[in-house]
Each structure stands twice: as C-alpha cells, then as structure tokens.
Design a protein around this ligand. Structure first.
Ligand code: B16
Ligand code: MG
Length: 218
C-alpha cells in the first residue's frame, strides 16, 4: 500500500453544488421573509445543514419549535435534492477527473471528506464512486469542520497516518480542520480567503500533475 493518502472535500472542490445550496436556502429564506444573498451563502460553505438553518433563523431573529425547525430542514433538503437529481458527470469541475485518474493509476489511496449528508448520492450521480477507497460524510461525523474529525476518520479508514495525508478544501473551516489534523492543506479558491492553506490554486486547471506527483511522493 502507498504511504501517502489524498482526501477530497466534495462541494466546491469536486463539484459546484454551492449554487444549488444557495437556491434551496434562498427559497426557504424568501418564504420566511429573511433576506439572503450570495455573500451570505459563502458563510454556509462547509457548514452542516442544521448549523446553516440556525444561522439563517438568527439573521431573521426567529425562534421556532424543534418540530418547525426539522420541517424547514427537511423542506430545504428536498428542494436541494431536486437540483441534485438533475446532475450529470458534466458537472464535475474541470480537471478534477484528470487528477483522480492519475492518482488511481498510481494506486494512491483516496478518500472523500465532506460535511454533506448527501455526499454519496452526489458522487453516484456524477459517476465518481469508483475512485474512492472510502467516503466519510455528514452522516458519520459528529463534530463539524473546523474540527478535524472528518479528515482524521478518513485517514484512519485509509490506514495512512495524518501527517502523510493531503487535503483539498475550498472552505476556510476545512483548511483549518486539515491543518489541525497535521495534514498537508491544499486550498481551492482565492489566495486571500484561504491564506492558512499550505498551497492555494484557483481551481484544478492550475494544478500540474507534477505537483501531484511530488505530493504523492511518486
Ligand atoms: P447537506 P462539503 C458541505 O459540503 C457544504 O459545503 C455546505 O454548504 C453544506 O451546508 C454541507 O455540506 C451540508 O450539506 O445539506 O447536503 O448535508 O463542502 O463539506 O463537501
Ligand atoms: Mg467544500
């Protein structure tokens, strides 16, 4: 087995589902009369569904019963899943498959480390399940990023020590989680936003296979 392991976040790294999360949250926010912008949606990246709704209700100064809270949570997710249902492999972000193929060819263990409870369904939709040795998602973790739980669990399942893991993340909280797990952090997004990452790329089209080769010690 290879000595290095690669862990990928899902939303914002492999696919851009943030736009669907936005549409579903916006729909609910409109219904509740709470203003919700794309900038506010940025703050929901990498954050669990439940926590997102708590934040939204805080913004709207709304206090609700547990039952109402759960109903809205379900409503948002149903709406979100109606978008997910339309996804195809064309929605995989540019050059992501190139990197996954390269790593698979060299038998580098790969994991998904996502806060989403829908991660498996999304990977299935876009046909990427076969690349991952393990999938750790929001259905398994109890502590949300920036807590390193999701990545530590992925490392354990890959049987690779955390220091030998490389994490690709688009959220500030995700980079923080990777760093506190003692892993190599690669940010996907803006240099200014992800300044705590060890490396930052705008997207996968900026990543050379040579860089991957070095990280993977191939
Ligand atoms: P769900 P990631 C995260 O996925 C998203 O970035 C975040 O916006 C979302 O609220 C969270 O998953 C929960 O998603 O409602 O599908 O369980 O970036 O960690 O892959
Ligand atoms: Mg993400």
């Amino acid at each position: 087995m290879h000595n290095k392991g690669f862990i990928f976040d899902l939303d914002g790294v492999i696919v851009d589902t943030a736009k669907y999360h936005y549409l579903a949250w916006k729909h609910l926010a409109d219904e509740l009369g709470i203003p919700f912008t794309k900038e506010q949606n940025e703050q929901f990246k990498g954050v669990s569904r439940k926590r997102c709704l708590e934040i939204l209700l805080d913004w709207g100064n709304l206090k609700v019963s547990q039952e109402q809270f759960n109903n809205w949570l379900a409503e948002k997710n149903e709406d979100y899943l109606s978008y997910i249902d339309t996804m195809t492999e064309e929605e995989i972000l540019p050059d992501v498959t190139k990197v996954l193929k390269y790593l698979q060819k060299h038998r580098v263990p790969m994991a998904l480390g996502s806060a989403s409870k829908n991660a498996r369904a999304i990977l299935k939709k876009v046909g990427l399940i076969p690349y991952f040795n393990t999938i750790v998602d929001g259905t398994q973790v109890t502590k949300a990023k920036p807590d390193p739980e999701v990545f530590l669990m992925a490392a354990k399942e890959l049987n690779i020590t955390p220091a030998n893991c490389v994490v690709f993340e688009d959220a500030i909280a995700g980079i923080e989680a990777a760093n506190s797990a003692g892993m190599t952090s690669v940010g996907i997004g803006h240099k200014n936003t992800l300044s705590d990452a060890q490396y930052v790329f705008k997207d996968f089209t900026e990543i050379e296979l040579n860089f991957i080769k070095e990280l993977a010690e191939l």
